[in-house]
Design a protein around this ligand. Sequence first.
Ligand SMILES: C[S@@+](CC[C@H](N)C(=O)[O-])C[C@H]1O[C@@H](n2cnc3c(N)ncnc32)[C@H](O)[C@@H]1O
Length: 394
Amino acid sequence: MSPPTFATVTIERILPGGLGLAHAEGYTLFVALSAPGDVVRVRIDRVRGQVAFASIEEIITPSSVRVEPPCPYFGACGGCDFQQLTYQAQLDAKKEIIRDCLRRIAQIESPPKIVIHPAPREWQYRVRANWQLDPVTQRLGYFETGSHRVCDVEVCAVLAPRLQEILERVRSEIRSGSIDIFPKDVRAVVGDVDVSVAPPLAGFQTDDVTLSVVGESYLFNADSFFQVSPGLLAQLIGEASGDARGELAIDLYCGAGLFTLPLARRFARVVGIEVNERASGFAVRNLQQAQLTNASVVTRDVGYWLKENAQSFPSVDFLLLDPPRAGAENIVIKGILDLQPRHIAYVSCDPATLARDLKKLLAAGYTLISVTAFDMFPQTHHVETVAQLARKDG
Ligand SMILES: C[S@@+](CC[C@H](N)C(=O)[O-])C[C@H]1O[C@@H](n2cnc3c(N)ncnc32)[C@H](O)[C@@H]1O
């Protein structure tokens, strides 16, 4: 049977990746920007086997959790994909996405109850941004959904007000002709007081900024990783490091030391591993500034570091890993299993790769103690998750 071009469907639920699930004429449909319970007429955009990707042509009966997206760029801009949902429905969808990944990918029959911490700010929360710039059209903003065309965004509803000001200033510098060579993208971050923009543009500097989080002070800049949303960082750190204490803690993918500093206050010795030289340099400076001499930072690929060093640590009390979206490579999982830490805290920004990696850790003798979610990215399907694991004989 050939796939339909249009169909009228009911959205059953939101799937990992943020698309709505529906069925029509033997096909499984993934519907963008939908809400669970919506009855919609959709246009089929792409078909792969028995799966079709679709977009909404007409909302026949709106879901009870559908709201009018307030942002004028919503739908065109590829930045937000959850503005059509009430905030409670966004939180429910994220919990469901995590549960779905734990069941389907990690094959955990009864996942633990998932608590999600709501964001203190549903809008204007981002303190970091990466804006695309089209040198020909001078459009400045984010890529349009599924394309490399830049959506020109004058006001972005999820930017912290000080970052919105930077967006406006960058735009006016570009328009005034004071920039000779246009970069492909502009990165910006605001700290407690300062601002950092990269690459350095006329009128802006790539200075270091400082952000205070639960009594610690972190230096970083627009060119090194730091969390985009400071509102839930205290809770995230609290959940990730829990009440763990002991002799030795290892912090894999440590960035500028967000978790390394609090861990160094609880463990006799901490080792942080980070491949990006700029980020690891900040981690070292942040530890020095805090006078935490019991922690060291190695600039190295985590997989190779584990391969070379797993045997040198006979007893690891606590291991925290916070990998990028792709999760932990096989070499990393193998290295962690060689280390046999008593306790593991896995901080993840992608429930699917988290579940894939949990499956391997659980099969190798770890028990899943808890799964806690943090809504660090309201108005999008993205979610931060912390999974706590313990070694069965630990
Ligand atoms: C999600 S961030 C977490 C950083 C830090 N834990 C934080 O919360 O600020 C992931 C970090 O892993 C680093 N990274 C990516 N791949 C890596 C690898 N193969 N080995 C070591 N570090 C890596 C990135 O540079 C980035 O700083």
